[in-house]
Design a protein around this ligand. Structure first.
Ligand SMILES: Cc1cc2nc3c(=O)[nH]c(=O)nc-3n(C[C@H](O)[C@H](O)[C@H](O)COP(=O)(O)OP(=O)(O)OC[C@H]3O[C@@H](n4cnc5c(N)ncnc54)[C@H](O)[C@@H]3O)c2cc1C
Length: 607
């Protein structure tokens, strides 16, 4: 592809812009559609595409608040991942100050563009474990265990094998789906140190980590199209859609329109910001994501009385679970200045000449640092990481809300040595990804390459909330994840940070760096680690659970068919329905949810 333009690469990679304005019966100017999907993000495009294929006589409308974005290099060049955060394609949704994290506000990035957060994310493609999905089913959701979720997740992907890379076995990957995934060639030296370093700490190399048994050390696939080294994401569903799928861009849904009387409440369509109304003859499906779907429900009058009254919204459906049950992975990181002779990816940040050369190589489809999007991980039980896990398990028992079935499930996974559900995730990250940001020009740390080790607590017990902040749809929601809100969460994050230091001081990784940049080797005592954790705890960007699929009495918002309790013709299909957080980056689960949702909905309407 030498000499081709970005635009051409994009067109060949993603297929022609497809059916976005519709034609014939289904046209963007129509005032009614059979199905309206709110949000053209990760789940939204997957469910919309599958509905359009299975129900070719129905008109399917996707309403996306953001622009198309398919011609944006910052989205499709893998090495530019992260550069969109905080920019025009990002909702930028900060938390309220987090009391246990020294009052810090932690930013949540969310895609406001076609593809949603799958257009902005960091490309990791991995999978949680058998018992965790089975837990979803056991929480009161028939059909949502591993047996059904695994094939649904595999439908989304096409695993591409590259010659000469023996980093993955056979079991656990799917073929023929729209999202292109692969292991990435040429990991930098500090990422190559991952498997042997974790091996020296007793963790075996797991070559089939996506088959529901992820414990071990493993290279993880990325959503990476091998043919032209571009990001693959939920827009890759679109070339498979029927021409009955129509996308409306730059249009924000204000609320769901509801008809209600003594017989019940029914969704009839949506109102856009600005007042335009569009009817849904069959269903409205909310796919706005965990931080924004609850907002649409609340602005429509569906939610807790106290929240709605405070916001000046009339309550139509009493549903206390809306916006509650917010869960997320806690992240802590340590970083290392690499020896001068060890090449690193930060060079793209501080050396603009080199960055331009590498980008030119990428454009000409030659080996380039901008191709790289891989990662190497370890997934462990606490016992494997710290040996004696008694204190942590005691704190876990103290941190559980015993009245909450989700908490009890987490505890049972944590305390069962044979659950196979990891408690801790560690990542060998490329470049500097600490909370301080890459050192500014003129400071001593500038002009150097770093490696960052990340630790993730997989089943924290803190549960937070997201709610509207008044009746104006332009106002950002109030997000309070309550990070480090239990004794277990704090101690687990401290133990994660200490384990990162242990990894860093184990060969062969220990031979690659000259100094620990974050937090610095002077941090040693428990009190010092606690201070570091409170000042630097961050998110893995996996908020979920805020329209939980659970029995209503347990705080559920949707039933196992993803129908909103108390409202006909209204479903939620996105990360917000996940009842219990799982030990993986969550997009594979979200695609699985969308695929299952499409099957469930199609079964209802296909005759
Ligand atoms: C920085 C970052 C890195 C991440 N890295 C990874 C990773 O490497 N691997 C992984 O598995 N996961 C990762 N994640 C998480 C993962 O990408 C998300 O959990 C997932 O994409 C969310 O999918 P969703 O369908 O729930 O929501 P989204 O993909 O966010 O889709 C919601 C869509 O709805 C639209 N929308 C919202 N409200 C309205 C409205 N009122 N009207 C119209 N449209 C609306 C939005 O614009 C958006 O397009 C990352 C997340 C972030 C932020």
């Amino acid at each position: 592809m030498r000499g081709l333009t970005f635009g051409f690469i994009l067109a060949t990679g993603l297929g022609l812009l497809h059916g976005v304005n519709g034609h014939g019966r289904c046209h963007v100017e129509n005032r009614d559609f059979d199905f309206i999907i709110v949000g053209g993000g990760t789940a939204g495009l997957a469910v919309a595409t599958q509905l359009s294929r299975a129900l070719p006589y129905e008109c399917v409308l996707v309403i996306e608040a953001g622009p198309d974005g398919r011609d944006e290099p910052k989205i499709y060049v893998p090495g530019l991942r992260g550069s969109t955060l905080g920019g025009v394609y990002d909702w930028v949704l900060p938390t309220v100050p987090q009391a246990a994290a020294n009052g810090r506000t932690i930013p949540h990035n969310r895609g406001k563009v076609l593809g949603g957060t799958s257009a902005l994310n960091l490309l990791v493609w991995n999978r949680a474990t058998v018992k965790e999905f089975d837990a979803w089913e056991e929480l009161g959701n028939p059909g949502w265990g591993w047996k059904n979720m695994y094939p649904a997740m595999l439908k989304a992907e096409n695993f591409q094998r590259q010659d000469g890379i023996a980093q993955y076995g056979n079991d656990g990957v799917g073929y023929g789906g729209p999202v292109q995934v692969s292991l990435v060639e040429n990991p930098p030296a500090h990422v190559q140190a991952c498997i042997p370093t974790l091996g020296n700490l007793g963790l075996e190399n797991n070559l089939e980590s996506l088959n529901g048994h992820s414990i071990g050390a493993e290279y993880q696939p990325a959503m990476h199209r091998v043919s032209n080294h571009t990001r693959s994401y939920s827009v890759d569903y679109l070339p498979r859609a029927g021409d009955n799928l129509v996308i409306m861009f730059n249009s924000t849904v204000h609320k769901v329109n509801l008809d209600y009387d003594w017989r019940g409440t029914k969704a009839t369509g949506v109102t856009l910001v600005g007042g335009k109304e569009i009817k849904a003859k069959k269903e409205v499906i909310l796919s706005g994501g965990s931080l924004l779907s609850p907002k649409i429900l609340e602005l429509s009058g569906i939610g807790q009385k106290a929240v709605l009254s405070k916001a000046g919204i009339r309550q139509i459906v009493d549903l206390p679970g809306v916006g509650e049950n917010l869960q997320d992975h806690l992240r802590i990181q340590t970083s290392y200045e690499l020896k001068p002779e060890i090449p690193g990816l930060d060079v793209l940040k501080y050396n603009t000449t080199r960055a331009a050369i590498e980008l030119d190589l990428w454009r000409r489809s030659q080996t380039s640092l901008y191709q790289y999007s891989g990662s190497c991980y370890g997934f462990l039980k606490w016992k494997q990481a710290i040996g004696n896990d008694e204190k942590l398990l005691r704190l876990a028992h103290q941190s559980v809300d015993w009245s909450n079935p989700v908490d009890r499930k987490k505890l049972s996974l944590l305390t069962d040595a044979y659950s196979g559900a990891p408690d801790l995730e560690v990542v060998f990250g490329d470049g500097y990804i600490g909370t301080k940001g890459y050192p500014a020009k003129g400071t001593p740390g500038h002009g150097k390459n770093y490696a960052t080790l990340l630790g993730g607590v997989q089943h924290p017990f803190s549960r937070g909330s997201v709610h509207i902040n008044g009746p104006d749809p332009a106002t950002k929601p109030i997000i309070d994840p309550k990070y480090l809100g239990t004794a277990f969460d704090l101690e687990a994050t401290i133990q994660a940070a200490k384990y990162l230091r242990k990894m860093a001081t184990t060969a062969p990784f220990k031979d690659l760096w000259v100094s620990e940049f974050d937090p610095g080797l002077s941090v040693e005592t428990d009190a010092e680690w606690e201070t570091y954790v409170r000042n630097n705890v961050f998110t893995f960007f996996h908020p979920l659970g805020t329209c939980a699929m659970l029995p209503k009495k347990n705080g559920g918002v949707v039933d196992p068919e993803l129908r909103v309790y108390g409202v006909q013709s209204l479903r939620v299909v996105d990360a917000s329905v996940i009842p219990m957080i799982v030990s993986a980056h969550i997009q594979t689960a979200i695609y699985g949810i969308a695929e299952r949702a499409a099957t469930i909905i199609t079964d209802q309407y296909r005759w």
